[in-house]
Design a binder for this molecule. Structure first.
Ligand code: GCU
Length: 634
């Protein structure tokens, strides 16, 4: 016996230095149920539901070798490393001299959530790996109803524990997920522990190499959402292209079947009564009231909408409009529209952003587009942004391109990768299909053409169309440069173009190519003429404040401004062009950009700097959009 004990102690000591085998291998992570759009509570418009916001100070503990997930020689995690345990380790060791714990979440330092760890502490600036978070919260005795832990998003893989019990896990850094934790809660003090692993791998979505910073951590609010035992989990209220008001709702809970339900839109003096079917679903349509004011960027009319179901009351603020394609026209409420936009990453204006999008941060960014650039559209790239952003676009009147991070080199033939991407599409569409602002769902950005890629993306396109028949589908595509002398000659040869409603092209002639800017307006574009074309990206870097008026070199504000003048002159000549979202509104963190004079880890293609200074090119685009808006106004 003693011999065995000594061996274990020695072995224990050894484990500090020996790197444990891959955490996944021991099946511990896989033993936690995976939250997906098919399995999880959806809690659509959860942000409008009663609940406790768990934002604020959380204890944190880094776990670079994932010892909390994998013990000695890859064994399941050792109790002395299990950060989620419901224990005060300092007290336990003080009371029992044999006790050993190599963590103490209760007395660990704290960080503020939501917000990525990389902006929180200098020593975490470039940390990519596993971090454990923990906090406590109190609950009254005699509680009724159900309690859900709902995450706005956490990047990339998240493991959740409550009161020392495993709850579940989630993959994906940009979409919401939730768990019903009603049965795990207790009166008084409760403890929640989250493990967030930011490391992506070749099979993840997005893959490891991108042109943006991998903001690890809990980047959006965590809330304890409270509902009745039977509640409306999913609801979609919209205007169909035929001008009908349509409702789809799913009630979850013991009395979901055959339950009387009622839609209420007080602003339209409208109520519609119905009953759920045996599965708790309610589907209804009705003629849209005459008084309905359709949502548009000029008049972003929103209505308070409620669905009463038993003791539950689901609420949302919804705008009603139609968006469709007819030939090469994009029609908003039946009228042709030109999308005056810009692309944007989810990063607040700051010298040290943490991917923390508060309503103020969202208003500041989107206000620059609406008021500064005279825009009516924003491309939220390359992943679903916070629901704060899409709600703010609803309120301000900006149409939205919403995208999933199927970006550059994805593992097209890997079934887990496809499943992860399909889940992100579903979580994104189900979260935001009540947002009038969202007009286009994008399934990818700049992906290389191949049979496997085409099949992968066609699956996503089919999923989107099944989940939402009221919006347009697109993807940011690359074009081929024809090998001819003279001005650039570009051909859209991507077979996926056939499957899309809107042709979207990223082009960087004059920046990533040595073309003289002056030749750009004479560029030739071979693109289908029966579909609307948008330039989803074009742009040039400029370091704010670097001026070179005499012979503008790249990275000077003058070069960027001239790049815009010439590219917009080119755009003017394209008969089917129906929108532009240049790259990009604001300089953003991008680890692949390391020119010491001009970039310092930032992509400088912003029209404003990371702290919000406008560059010369800002007014070039603003004037072009003002003229376009004027043309529209006439
Ligand atoms: C690409 C890509 C962006 C990137 C941009 C750039 O087109 O879609 O993510 O940041 O070009 O090169 O600046």
């Amino acid at each position: 016996m003693r011999k065995v004990l000594r061996f274990a102690l020695v072995a224990g000591l050894l484990s500090i230095s020996a790197r444990p085998a891959a955490a996944e291998d021991n099946g511990f992570v896989a033993s936690l149920p995976m939250a997906t759009a098919q399995t999880e509570p959806l809690l659509v418009s959860a942000d409008m539901r009663e609940g406790t916001d768990l934002s604020g100070a959380w204890h944190f503990s880094i776990d670079p070798y994932r010892s909390g997930l994998s013990g000695f020689h890859g064994a399941p995690p050792d109790p002395r490393q299990q950060r989620w345990r419901d224990i005060d380790t300092r007290k336990a060791m003080a009371e029992d001299s044999r006790a050993l714990f190599e963590f103490d979440m209760l007395h660990a330092p704290t960080v503020t959530l939501p917000g990525s760890w990389l902006a929180e502490r200098p020593e975490m600036r470039h940390y990519q790996g596993l971090v454990w978070y923990q906090r406590h919260f109190d609950l009254p005795a005699g509680r009724k109803g159900r309690y859900f832990l709902r995450f706005g998003a956490a990047n990339y893989q998240t493991l959740v524990f409550v009161n020392g019990q495993p709850v579940g896990r989630h993959e994906g850094g940009f979409t919401p997920f939730a768990f019903d934790v009603t049965k795990l809660l207790r009166d008084g003090d409760n403890q929640v522990t989250i493990g967030v692993d930011s490391v992506s791998h070749a099979e993840s979505v997005p893959p490891p190499v991108t042109d943006w910073e991998n903001y690890g951590g809990v980047t959006r609010p965590v809330r304890l959402v409270h509902t009745a035992d039977t509640y409306v989990d999913n609801a979609w209220v919209r205007l169909t292209r035929e001008g009908k008001l349509a409702i789809d709702a799913r009630v979850d809970g013991a009395s979901a079947a055959g339950l009387p339900v009622r839609l209420e839109i007080p602003g339209l003096k409208l109520t519609l009564a119905g009953k759920t079917d045996a599965a708790g679903n309610w589907r209804a349509t009705m003629a849209a009231p005459r008084a309905l004011v359709r949502w548009s960027p000029e008049r972003p009319q929103l209505y308070d909408v409620a669905i009463a179901a038993g003791e539950d009351r689901w609420r949302d603020r919804i705008g009603f409009r139609t968006i469709e394609r007819r030939g090469a026209e994009i029609l908003l409420n039946g009228k042709p529209i030109f999308l005056r936009g810009i692309s944007m990453h989810e990063e607040e204006i700051s010298a040290n952003p943490a991917r923390q999008i508060t309503p103020e941060a969202a208003r500041r960014l989107l206000g620059e587009i609406k008021d500064g650039l005279h825009g009516n559209y924003v491309r939220l790239s390359h992943y679903p942004h916070s629901e704060v952003m899409t709600r703010t676009a609803d309120e301000l009147g900006l149409l939205v391109w919403s995208e999933v991070p199927v970006y550059w080199m994805v593992a097209w033939t890997n079934p887990d990768t496809l499943a992860a991407a399909r889940n992100m599409v579903a979580e994104n569409v189900l979260r935001d299909r009540n947002r009038a602002a969202v007009a286009i769902w994008s399934v990818s950005n700049e992906t290389p053409v191949s049979e496997a890629r085409n099949a992968f993306l066609r699956t996503l396109i089919a999923d989107v169309r099944k989940l939402d028949d009221t919006r347009l589908v697109s993807a940011a595509l690359l074009v081929e440069r024809d090998k001819v002398a003279g001005p650039p000659s570009m051909t859209m040869a991507d077979p996926l173009a056939e499957d899309l409603d809107v042709l979207a092209i990223n082009t960087y002639n004059g920046w990533y190519t040595p073309d003289d800017l002056a030749v750009l307006p004479n560029s030739v574009w071979h693109v289908p003429s029966d579909k609307p074309l948008v330039f989803s990206e074009f742009g040039a870097d400029a370091k704010a404040g670097f001026h070179d008026p005499d012979h503008p070199q790249k990275f000077s504000e003058e070069f960027q401004a001239e790049f815009y003048r010439q590219t917009l002159a080119m755009a003017e000549r394209l008969p089917t062009l129906r929108g532009t979202s240049p790259w990009i509104l604001k300089d953003f963190r991008a680890p692949i950009r390391q020119n010491p004079d001009f970039q310092q880890g930032w992509n400088r293609k912003g029209l404003i700097s990371e702290t919000g200074e406008r560059k010369l090119a800002f007014s070039v685009l603003a004037e072009w959009y003002a003229r376009k808006a004027g043309e529209k106004a006439k």
